[in-house]
Design a protein around this ligand. Structure first.
Ligand SMILES: [Cu+2]
Length: 191
């Protein structure tokens, strides 16, 4: 009988150790970050207005920040936590890597902190429109702005070297001469 006692003791110890292990493992299922939107290390091509972090349990928000490629804040307002979802309004203005940094307190009292990044690569319809705007401005500027010498010179070149005022002056001169002749004839006819 004495021979079995040490083995029974061992069995009890083994069971106790196993139970402790199981209990500890169960307690280690802490709240964690389950997913994010945008997903970490992905690139969005369309503008988004919210970054969301989904945790495996309820959390209380301590801080959430989103910074753009230039390091400036890309958040458009204060973040909020609802259950296990933390959301942060954002306004993405710069293409490039954005960094999301969060700090929450899980319901089990543990502090969770972390960071992840996502890229922003919007389509570029912005490139043609500034060109369209610039082109008319550039062509309109010389015409309306300085019509003096540049305009006269280009007109002169088009007329084959003759200054642009010559033709109107000739016409005016001819008209004056004709009028003068008519007046002279009329006055002679009366007299
Ligand atoms: Cu925990």
């Amino acid at each position: 009988m004495r021979m079995f006692r040490p083995s029974r003791l061992l069995t009890v110890v083994a069971v106790a150790l196993f139970a402790t292990l199981v209990t500890t493992t169960g307690a280690q299922a802490h709240t964690g970050l389950s997913s994010t939107s945008p997903a970490a290390d992905t690139t969005v091509t369309a503008p988004i207005d919210t970054v969301e972090l989904t945790f495996s349990g309820s959390v209380q928000l301590r801080e959430v920040t989103v910074t753009g490629p230039d390091g400036a804040s890309a958040t458009a307002g204060p973040g909020a936590a609802s259950g296990g979802v933390v959301s942060a309004p954002v306004a993405l203005t710069m293409p490039g890597t954005h960094t999301v940094t969060y700090a929450v307190t899980a319901d089990d009292g543990h502090q969770l902190e972390g960071t992840f990044t996502f890229g922003y690569a919007p389509p570029a319809p912005a490139t043609p429109s500034p060109a369209d705007v610039t082109t008319p401005t550039a062509t309109a500027a010389p015409v309306t702005g300085e019509p003096s010498e540049a305009g006269v010179e280009s007109a002169a070149a088009d007329d084959g070297g003759m200054p642009s005022w010559v033709a109107p002056a000739l016409v005016a001169g001819v008209v004056l001469v004709v009028l003068a002749l008519l007046l002279v004839r009329r006055s002679r006819a009366r007299g």
